[in-house]
Design a protein around this ligand. Sequence first.
Ligand code: SF4
Ligand code: SF4
Length: 183
Amino acid sequence: MSVVADVIESTVAILKGMKRTLSEIPRHNWTVQYPDEPVTVQPRYRGQHLLHVDEAGKEKCVACYLCAAACPSDCIYIEAEDDARPYAERIGRDERYAKVYNIDYGRCIFCGFCVEACPKDAITHGYNFELSVYNRADLLKTKDDLLITKQVQSKNYRVALSSEDVDSEFKKIRTKGGEKGDR
Ligand code: SF4
Ligand code: SF4
């Protein structure tokens, strides 16, 4: 009798599983033919960081180290420098700026603590997710890789709820034929 009960129980379980499987077949196919088609990322997606500049193009970072202190992965390296020149001539918005600003993406966990810690809105997460490299050392990104005026963005994504293919903040976009200039 218990064998019959086992057979019935197993058959019911299989039928339940098959019902679930079959119910999924007519549904919309979510596979994205990346990189031939752009991926949709959500507005709060945390991609590669962006170091921001003010309206005159001066770097906002004042090398206060708060982001590095907040980072649980210890992957931010900063070297501060004082630049006493007048505003029009100097690199940063303030006299103190980050001469070196590196993030090691081999360690970063994209937690966003650095962004939260910054008192100057100098660093945010961008949407760029194409960080794959062949050499681990290439995961170390320098200020030139992170600055919003220099970071080359992929065109292989769009931001959900946005009418644009790429966030309009970004200065350059990469196309299949090569790099496009400032927009
Ligand atoms: S996102 Fe998190 S792990 Fe990555 S650099 Fe910022 S604080 Fe560090
Ligand atoms: S990015 Fe922000 S928190 Fe980090 S050193 Fe620069 S100003 Fe300070």
